[in-house]
Design a protein. Structure first.
Length: 277
């Protein structure tokens, strides 16, 4: 039986839509935390007088020691140094490329051997073909494709551009392996995956699972955040945060009234109660 709400027509929301709504609540919570944190940090760090800042353009660096250290770096159990893996994290972050995908590509392409050169002229960890060396050198000032840092820098740039163009890891991998022309020919013939793309994606899943197995997720409830805010920012901030979450929780319950599914009702109440609301 559908539930009537305030005289309006009956509406149904499936589990997927409810999950989306819950996601909005989480996002709203995080935005709120960031806003409050920004106010507090901003007050603490605001300069007393205006200063002039000269903008500089950074030249890509291939020296790992000169890179900023990522806040969270998961070092994979592969024959790559921690400094090189940290570098891969930094470049992947800039190009919006999954680190697990790059590690999988290196595994597939070279088995982590930075000095390998194929019979077809593919160099280094990510097997950059000689046909690409000249334009990569002009674009990114790279000089040695057997240097692991320069090699992964270029490889990540290339796969990142394909991911941006095709919005699909499998298609991007085909283009990386066959070049644009070869991949488009294959797509025209109805071929949307190859043994190469399938193998890399399978390796990517393995490396992602490795990360999950070694780093189980830590879940924080809204109450946990409220206590942290109270401890580090004071009661006024914590109270404001608490009131906002209470209001969001009431919206969740109101939206739940439109759902014609007893199991969803039960799940919603369980989630709210588990988080202290």
């Amino acid at each position: 039986m559908a539930t009537q709400c305030r005289g309006t027509k009956t509406k149904r929301i499936n589990r997927h839509k409810l999950a989306v709504i819950q996601a909005y609540i989480i996002i709203g919570t995080l935005v709120l935390i960031g806003f409050i944190g920004g106010l507090v940090v901003g007050r603490a760090t605001a300069p007393k007088k205006q200063v002039t800042v000269t903008e500089t353009v950074e030249v890509p660096s291939y020296e790992a020691d000169s890179l900023p250290v990522a806040e969270e770096v998961t070092y994979f159990d592969v024959p790559l140094s921690h400094s090189l893996q940290r570098y891969i994290y930094e470049v992947c972050a800039d190009e919006n490329v999954p680190v697990s995908l790059v590690i999988a590509m290196i595994d597939q392409e070279s088995k982590f051997n930075p000095e390998v050169v194929s019979k077809t002229g593919d160099y280094g960890l990510m097997q950059i073909n000689t046909i690409n060396h000249e334009w990569l050198a002009e674009e990114y000032r790279t000089a040695d494709m057997l240097d692991p840092y320069q090699n992964v820098f270029c490889g990540i740039k290339v796969i990142g551009s394909y991911i941006q163009n095709y919005n699909d890891y499998g298609l991007a991998l085909m283009a990386y392996n066959m070049d644009d022309y070869g991949a488009k020919k294959a797509w025209e013939n109805g071929i949307k995956s190859t043994s190469y793309s399938e193998s890399v994606l399978a390796l990517m899943q393995q490396y992602e699972q490795e990360v999950k197995d070694n780093h189980p997720e830590t879940v924080f409830s809204p109450r946990d955040f409220e206590e942290l805010i109270d401890k580090h920012m004071g009661w006024d901030c914590a109270k404001y945060y608490h009131n906002q979450i209470e209001q969001l929780s009431s919206y969740i319950r109101e939206l739940d009234g439109y759902v014609d599914d007893s199991a969803v009702h039960s799940d919603t109440e369980e989630v709210l109660k588990c988080n202290g609301y």
